[in-house]
Design a binder for this molecule. Structure first.
Ligand SMILES: *[C@@H]1O[C@H](CO)[C@@H](O)[C@H](O)[C@H]1NC(C)=O
Ligand SMILES: *[C@@H]1O[C@H](CO)[C@@H](O)[C@H](O)[C@H]1NC(C)=O
Ligand SMILES: *[C@@H]1O[C@H](CO)[C@@H](O)[C@H](O)[C@H]1NC(C)=O
Ligand SMILES: *[C@@H]1O[C@H](CO)[C@@H](O)[C@H](O)[C@H]1NC(C)=O
Ligand SMILES: [Ca+2]
Length: 482
């Protein structure tokens, strides 16, 4: 009976769907205990947690109020956008609301009054959390899809941006790229950034409204057309470098570069029919929790993983305090079907009482000294507990001892006087040299490089002090390392 129960519980993760639970209480011949599994949160409608920004200022229609026309009936311009009237306003939030049957609500831009100056708009979505896409991104345009647009993504909360997909009615003309379809990609090119013409041609504004970023088609390259073979996808995500990151974002940006033209050239006499109108942006994904959480909650304005396996952080990206006897690792989808939790271990549990601040996975006992010491300290650390910095590296004062960035190769240090000839150290990154000196450590007199207007005496003095300070600097570095 107990055995049956154990078997049943053991099978629970499978029964509930893959990677749904992080741990279960199992009874084996040795008695009851926790068993741990790789786990991830369910996919969610990410538009419910997003903040949006539309650029440039003044791109949203209605201030001042203006009339617009449609391509279907370009001379009957009865529609009006007025930001001060709730019934006629089209603010950005209408791209994320839930709509009543049949009634589309949408953000709308100003019209292309300033033609031929391009009509440009950026829609930037930010989550302040890494998200793994699990389904297509679907953008719905109410009055025709743009003839040129681009999708960009960021993985670092908007600090750096990368192209994600290009869209144009003529890819060669717009981006000098050949047109491709995601369906034609292969296992080795599944994360290729491409230009597609599928979503930009004119088909009538009411007929074809959506622009997609095809996540499912890319998954299907590995998991088959109905995504039945998810095991193969998970295996690939684990082994193919960069594939997981390709589907991970913290921010998305739609760069709208040219509006719908109604299948013809721009008609200058009626520019009121050219504008952008987006009624919905659907982003389906799950919080990235590094396979250490199956719940992700909205707290204090941001999504956060509810970390298990004694991990912590917004993405469960590090070990909890006192659980840092070996370095943090993401959970793994492998081996199938339950994966590996790669849980953090309590200091003292596995290796005697040797804390390595997460810079080493191995300890060794040195017999003649009777000590346990960390082996192969990573991240430029050294010492019994990986608590010091290697020669040539300096303690990053804004990082904790268990931070990967704790030891940094920097160039200079105020205390150690590494900048010479009166140079000052800027953020441990470079020396700011006084007039007359140059070089990484201000060690070189400009006179040496350029002999004219140099007087011999000062150049000699500079050379001597260079040598002296250089020696002193090295000496101090030596002491500091002891
Ligand atoms: C849109 O964002 C890009 C950077 O991704 C920037 O270069 C461009 O100037 C922005 N355009 C507008 C209209 O704000
Ligand atoms: C982003 O999330 C972090 C961690 O939850 C939080 O500390 C920070 O205040 C958030 N930033 C913004 C701009 O919401
Ligand atoms: C995490 O630590 C607790 C003790 O605080 C322990 O009971 C639990 O088994 C640990 N979990 C894992 C996955 O190691
Ligand atoms: C110092 O550590 C902080 C915190 O981890 C990190 O943000 C910063 O980039 C580090 N500085 C350098 C120069 O690596
Ligand atoms: Ca809407």
């Amino acid at each position: 009976m107990l055995y049956l129960l154990a078997l049943l519980l053991h099978r629970l993760p499978l029964a509930m769907g893959q990677y749904d639970i992080c741990k279960s209480w199992v009874t084996t011949d040795d008695g009851p205990s926790w068993e741990f599994y790789a786990c991830q949160p369910k996919a969610m409608r990410m538009k419910d947690y997003v903040t949006v920004r539309v650029d440039p200022a003044g791109i949203t229609c209605g201030d001042p109020p203006e009339r617009f026309c449609t391509h279907e009936n370009p001379y009957l311009c009865s529609d009006e956008c007025d930001a001060s009237n709730p019934d006629l306003a089209h603010p950005p939030k209408l791209m994320f609301d839930s709509e009543d049957e049949g009634l589309a609500t949408y953000w709308q831009s100003v019209t292309w009054r300033r033609y031929p100056e391009p009509l440009l708009a950026n829609i930037t979505l930010s989550w302040n959390k890494s998200i793994e896409l699990t389904d297509d991104i679907v953008i719905t345009f109410e009055y025709g899809r743009p003839t040129i647009m681009m999708l960009e993504k960021s993985l670092d909360n908007g600090r750096t941006w990368h192209p994600y997909q290009y869209y144009a009615d003529d890819c060669m003309e717009a981006f000098s790229m050949p047109a491709r379809r995601v369906r034609d990609l292969s296992t080795t090119s599944a994360n290729r950034v491409l230009c597609t013409e599928e979503y930009s041609r004119w088909a009538g504004s009411k007929k074809e409204k959506t622009v997609r970023f095809e996540v499912r088609d890319r998954f299907a390259i590995f998991a088959g057309p109905d995504l039945k073979n998810m095991d193969n996808l998970y295996t690939r995500l684990e082994s193919a470098k960069g594939l997981k990151d390709f589907f991970t974002v913290t921010d998305l940006r739609m760069r709208l570069l040219r509006p719908a033209l109604g299948g013809t050239y721009v008609q200058r006499e009626n520019l009121y029919k050219y504008f952008y109108a987006v009624s919905n942006i659907e982003v389906t994904g799950r919080c990235k929790c590094n396979l250490h959480a199956n719940l992700c909650t909205f707290k204090e304005g941001s999504l956060q993983c509810e970390c298990e396996h004694n991990t912590t952080g917004q993405d469960c990206g590090k070990c909890k305090k006192n659980f840092r006897s070996r370095s943090w690792r993401a959970g793994s989808y492998l081996p199938l079907p339950n994966g590996s939790p790669n849980a953090c271990a309590a200091a003292g549990s596995a290796f005697g009482n040797c804390e390595c601040y997460g810079h080493s996975n191995r300890c060794s006992y040195i017999d003649f000294l009777n000590v346990v010491t960390c082996v192969s300290c990573k991240h430029n650390t050294r010492g019994q507990h990986c608590q010091h910095c290697r020669l040539g590296f300096y303690r990053n004062s804004s990082a904790e001892l268990d931070d990967e960035n704790v030891c940094i190769a920097n160039v200079c240090d105020d205390e150690l006087l590494l900048c010479q000839n009166g140079g000052t150290c800027y953020q441990n990154q470079r020396c700011i040299c006084p007039v007359g000196f140059k070089g990484v450590l201000c060690q070189q007199s400009r006179c040496e490089a350029d002999r004219k207007d140099c007087d011999g005496a000062s150049s000699t003095r500079a050379a001597i002090s260079t040598v002296l300070l250089g020696v002193l600097g090295l000496q101090l570095r030596g002491w500091a390392d002891l």
